[in-house]
Design a protein around this ligand. Structure first.
Ligand SMILES: *Cc1c(COP(=O)(O)O)cnc(C)c1O
Length: 391
């Protein structure tokens, strides 16, 4: 029985075209882009082509794209550099449902004396622009709110956030790691000053990402060393990774709409089947403002971790709240912020569909989920009581 991969929010399989593009830079084309001879010039050229491709997808200048080792580094860079650039007191506004790359960075800065406001979200996982505006104070230097959430797939009102940030002359950073490549993002139209993305979330290689930094932002370097990335992020470029990311970015923006429609059709079909065929199941997050591949579902009277084990035996890869929090028994901070009681949050799994998945796989996955949920519930005294009408 073949595996069914439904954890595309954790990582995605490398596209064959991307691998093909990368291979020469792992073999003969090994030049250091800083060198002064032919193979270096070729490597440098490949890196700059990727920069141009990515800049075009965001509607910005190539000089505004900085390569990083991934989304986590880009988030750290954006937030820490604003804090370090400030000569006086610093206040940051973020949300309670950010990825840990943002949340833990903010918490670390709090220990250094930075003030941080963690905005609440509604039951769909959306922040309120009014609450955001109310949280602004004279010291506010940065608003960092994700474009779309990795656990429940909720898309934030980014344009409104950008407007508010502009009106108050505050930097706006967005973690777009889940969103980039799924819908068009124009940094200028949306009022975004900094944006993080990661190649392995859009069919590119792991260990490559980028941070968009608007031209006129005067921020200190993140990595000290050589002159790479205009002196702001030292270190020899990950040439194969950057080349692969450029190719993946270009492919993600080609036929984007058709691909997204196909993915969201699979998503809606899966959600409808699960909710229709399995009792005591609920969808978390928003129907309307939702990433195309995200299904986040809670099953009452089921332990999410146990369900994942059974699904794994069926060859199905799914996640608990988020890949970063598996292993810990704490319910997901995102579901908690959305007001889900712990007992229900514990029975939650995340299934994320990618463009490589098929309807046949979705059908097989739903059958397995139905079977596994029933099996776990048959061992649950609470569920048996409920069915016997004793409660
Ligand atoms: C995966 C992810 C990250 C981290 O990206 P890496 O490249 O794995 O470091 C950050 N933010 C969000 C929303 C993510 O989904």
């Amino acid at each position: 029985m073949s595996m069914i991969y439904l954890d595309n929010a954790a990582t995605t399989p490398l596209l064959p075209e991307v691998l093909k593009e990368m291979l020469p830079y792992l073999e003969g084309q090994y030049g250091n882009p800083s060198g002064l001879y032919q193979i270096s010039a070729e490597a440098k050229n490949a890196v700059e082509n990727a920069r141009k491709t990515i800049a075009d997808t965001l509607g910005c200048e190539p000089e505004e794209i900085y390569f990083t080792s991934g989304g986590t580094e880009a988030d750290n860079w954006a937030i820490k550099s604003v804090y370090r650039a400030g000569k006086k007191k610093c206040h940051i506004i973020t949300s309670q449902i950010e990825h840990h790359a943002v949340l833990h960075t903010c918490q670390a800065l709090e220990r250094e004396g930075c003030a941080v406001t963690y905005l609440k979200v509604d039951e769909m996982g959306r922040i309120s622009p009014e609450e955001l505006e109310k949280a602004i104070c004279p010291d506010t230097a940065l608003i960092t709110i994700m474009t779309a959430n990795n656990e429940v797939g909720t898309i934030q009102p980014v344009r409104k956030i950008g407007e508010i940030a502009r009106r108050h002359n505050i930097f706006f950073h967005t973690d777009a790691v889940q969103a980039y490549g799924h819908f068009p993002i124009s940094v200028n139209k949306l009022g975004i000053d900094m944006l993080s993305a990661s190649a392995h979330k859009f069919r590119g290689p792991k260990g490559a990402g980028f941070l968009y930094i608007k031209k006129d932002l005067d921020l200190p370097p993140f990595m000290h060393g050589g002159a790479q990335e205009r002196g702001r992020r030292a270190g020899t470029e990950n040439v194969p990774g950057i080349v692969g990311m450029g190719r993946a970015a270009s492919l993600a923006h080609r036929e984007m709409e058709e691909r997204e429609q196909k993915t969201s059709a699979m998503r809606d079909y899966m959600i409808r089947r699960i909710l229709g065929e399995i009792p005591f199941a609920r969808l978390n997050g928003s129907w309307k403002n939702r990433l195309s591949g995200n299904c986040n579902i809670s099953f009452q009277f089921v332990e999410g971790a146990a369900l994942l084990v059974l699904l794994d035996e069926e060859g199905i890869c799914a996640a608990a709240g988020s890949a970063c929090s598996t292993g810990s028994r704490e319910p997901s901070h995102v579901l908690k912020a959305m007001g889900l009681p712990d007992s229900i949050a514990h029975g939650t799994i995340r299934l994320t569909i990618g463009s490589q998945n098929t309807m046949e796989e979705i059908d097989r996955a739903v059958e397995s989920i139905r079977k596994c949920v029933a099996r776990l519930r048959s061992n649950s005294p609470e569920f048996e009581d409920l069915m016997d009408g004793r409660k």
